[in-house]
Design a protein around this ligand. Structure first.
Ligand SMILES: [Zn+2]
Length: 416
């Protein structure tokens, strides 16, 4: 395990040195370890590592302003650099118009392409030196075989054959500027808004308080939900909730958690996910809360649901694409724990062995439910309701999903 991580870390350092040699303007002078491997919340194998290489040109940044004029900070920034002071010039295509003071904004999409192309060139160079081998197949990575597999959000993703197996490495280059008031931060290229041009601030070291960091019991809850969402995806649904959004959901829950055990926290998250956003609450749609003593469960499937970012209150994560998938799995789990005498499905569930899971008669009903919802979700013109029914020992659970499409996607608001 340690050998695996050391292998990855040395490889990353080697790549960054070569990137700086090939394109001195893209030299880096620091590396921040991010992601679940480093914060100890990785489930399953260490097959993904995240890094923020710090661009040395950070020191020539002259101006940082908020990109939007919204009242609450959404973390989006416009950044200008003093082009005249750069010891190694950036190609003009990466820069906007240079003003009379020699300052320009970045063309962040060009910068991203250039980073990716330079990494590929670095890998080719390393191959000539015998340190790595490019994998022409783009699959079945043997040890030391590597490829740049393209952009993964604002990161360049490399896939490599490492000691414990094929591993993805995300290199998300950043600028390191003045710290945020909560702690050290970096600025990464914002790829959510087309055309590119903005940067997003990300705080890399948060204060040690319940407001920002998960308490030990809630770390367990986080790992549990990560596992559930991972499995939901493996069972064929499109549930792709980011770790960051999931963590934020739990941070909100943590603020007013009165639960005495993990099960109660789990149910409280179901409640939170079932609660309507402020805009929706005023509408005259059916309203219900999760009552786990009842066998009839009503889920409200709308296109405007999100959670507020706890660090940048002006920003929220839209969750409407994953919320119902996750709720189906979570409600299924609770109903089966409560109403089935035998819980041997649980061990299979925890095995993370998809073949075993698919073969299990009880777990198949979860998979069927998720598949039915997938079809329902994709057929936009069909019925407004989907009914799922699960047979327990003596009783049945009925889950009724009502689709409510707003004529417009309402501004995603927070649910607290
Ligand atoms: Zn809790």
């Amino acid at each position: 395990m340690e050998e695996h991580t050391t292998f990855v870390e040395n490889l990353v350092k080697d790549i960054l040195v070569n990137v700086g040699k090939i394109e001195p303007a893209l030299a880096t002078n620091g590396l921040i370890n991010r992601g679940s491997y480093y914060d100890g919340t990785k489930i399953l194998h260490p097959d993904e590592y995240d890094y923020h290489p710090i661009l040395a040109l950070s020191q020539y940044i002259t101006d940082v302003t908020n990109a939007s004029e919204r009242h609450e900070d959404d973390g989006k920034r416009k950044i200008r650099i003093n082009v005249n002071k750069l010891p190694n010039p950036l190609p003009p295509k990466c820069l906007g118009t240079i003003n009379e003071n020699g300052e320009a904004e970045f063309k962040t999409n060009e910068l991203l392409y250039m980073l990716s192309a330079t990494i590929s060139a670095a890998l080719e160079h390393m191959e000539t030196q015998g340190t790595v081998k490019l994998n022409p197949r783009f699959k079945q990575y043997r040890r030391n075989e590597i490829q740049n597999t393209g952009m993964h959000g604002p990161a360049v993703r490399l896939r490599v054959g490492a000691p414990l197996g094929t591993t993805d490495i995300d290199l998300c280059f950043c600028l390191k500027l003045e710290p945020h008031e909560l702690g050290p931060s970096v600025h990464i290229i914002n790829t959510e808004h087309i055309p590119f041009g903005f940067w997003t601030e990300s705080v890399v070291e948060l204060p040690n308080s319940d407001e920002y960091k998960l308490t030990p019991p809630h770390r367990k809850l986080f790992l549990t939900l990560k596992y559930v969402s991972n499995l939901t995806r493996l069972l064929g649904s499109q549930c792709r909730i980011s770790s960051y959004a999931l963590r934020t959901l739990i941070i909100h829950h943590q603020q007013d958690c009165r639960a005495s055990n993990l099960g109660e926290c789990f149910i409280s998250i179901i409640d939170k996910l079932m609660t309507k956003s402020d805009e929706e609450r005023n509408s005259d749609f059916h309203d219900d809360e999760y009552n786990y003593d009842e066998e009839f469960i009503y889920l409200y499937d709308s296109n405007g649901w999100g959670i507020q970012n706890t660090i940048f209150p002006g920003k929220s994560f839209p969750l409407h694409g994953v919320r119902i998938h996750l709720l189906i799995s979570m409600v299924w789990i609770i109903q089966h724990i409560k109403l089935n005498r035998s819980n041997n499905w649980w061990n299979v569930f925890l095995s993370n062995n998809v073949t075993e899971i698919r073969r299990n008669r009880i777990l198949q009903t979860l998979m069927d439910g998720l598949n039915k919802y997938n079809k329902f979700d994709q057929s936009r013109n069909a019925s407004k309701y989907l009914r799922l029914e699960w047979q327990h020992d003596d009783k049945n659970s009925v889950v009724m999903i009502q689709r409510v499409l707003f004529p417009f996607v309402p501004f995603v608001s927070s649910v607290n």
